[in-house]
Design a protein around this ligand. Structure first.
Ligand code: AMP
Length: 216
């Protein structure tokens, strides 16, 4: 099964993708994670992408589609893919069709997480993760139960994304509205778009996504 999780920054795509990985052994393909790894490793792609990401704008279609193509090439045939943060433009959606065909895969579902934008600014600007295991936390909604210690792995190191500040979040949302939301009709024509209430609890969103996956 191959699915796209679509939604603005902070909609919960990464959280839900992680849960699908845990429950179904699928693989999360997050272009944001791949780009952050490239920035950290100072690869040519990372050096090109860094400033663009800090501004909250989109990295070139060619770069992200090449990253996805390479990941799919390295993946086992039987492993399902969750596209998280890709495609983000119509050109990327068209590239994804070609890439999937090349790897003998087809798209089963596009799941749009529907969210309230003002609530997203609050979500995104407060979030941080454990630097060791990646567990997600939030300044206002989910602090570790023992101050400064990760509930899951006990690490005392945490990190925040440099682009999770209000100004950049607003640019990222604008990019979503202008370039990403318009790709929905492209998939709607095929009858594969399902909408899920992304403002519900994490568990409720997971249940709704599971229902979509169980449908034909
Ligand atoms: P994300 O982790 O998905 O929020 O992505 C973080 C940043 O990486 C975005 O604000 C963009 O600058 C860049 N990025 C991630 N995925 C894409 C994509 N599919 N197309 C263009 N830029 C991307």
């Amino acid at each position: 099964m191959n699915i796209i999780l679509l939604g603005p920054p902070g909609a919960g795509k990464g959280t839900q993708a992680n849960l699908l990985v845990e429950h179904h052994g699928m693989r999360q393909l997050s272009t944001g994670d791949m780009l952050r790894a490239a920035v950290k490793a100072e690869t040519p792609v990372g050096l090109e992408a860094k400033a663009v990401m800090e501004r909250g704008e989109l990295v070139s279609d060619e770069i992200v589609s090449a990253l996805i193509d390479a990941e799919l090439a390295a993946m086992g045939d039987g492993v399902g893919a969750i596209f998280d943060g890709y495609p983000r433009t119509e050109a990327q959606a068209r590239s994804l069709d070609e890439i999937l065909a090349k790897h003998d895969r087809k798209l089963d579902h596009v799941i749009e997480l529907v969210v309230d934008e003002e609530a997203l600014v609050d979500r995104v600007t407060g979030r941080f993760t454990c630097a060791k295991c990646g567990e997600g936390y939030h300044d206002r909604h989910k602090l570790p139960s023992s101050t400064g210690v990760c509930d899951k792995c006990g690490s005392t190191e945490f990190k925040r994304r440099p682009d999770d500040n209000e100004q950049t979040v607003r640019t990222r949302m604008q990019e979503y509205r202008a370039k990403t939301a318009p790709i929905l009709p492209f998939y709607e024509e095929r009858g594969i778009v399902q909408r899920v209430d992304g403002m519900a609890s994490i568990d409720a969103v997971t249940t709704a996504i599971e229902k979509v996956l169980a449908s034909a």
